[in-house]
Design a protein. Sequence first.
Length: 118
Amino acid sequence: MRGISREHLREYDGAIADYTKVQQSSPRLGSIRLADLYCERGNLRLGERNYADAAADYERSVSIDAPTDGCSCDPYSSLASAYLQLGDNEKFRSSVQRAQARRRWIAPEVLERLKKTS
């Protein structure tokens, strides 16, 4: 529960350490919590217009490939948006393609921008 408390206090590095320990004893639960934490921190950073760090967090979340339950943060659209804000069209297109390959939801406005950058 310490990881959850730290996450709510935005003590992300401590929460990451705690969830990594959880992952050792319960791989599925630890992975879900880590992926969600990275995604949530990415959302915070995206809101702060810190696009590079947001993209890095979303990439970490995506790389964990933990299942989501519909209530969890889904990093795919946000990752594409971060790359779009950074002006990295290649990574933008790649992130949308990865999401589509994994059958993840992508916001319609992101797909519309993909058509315009192609």
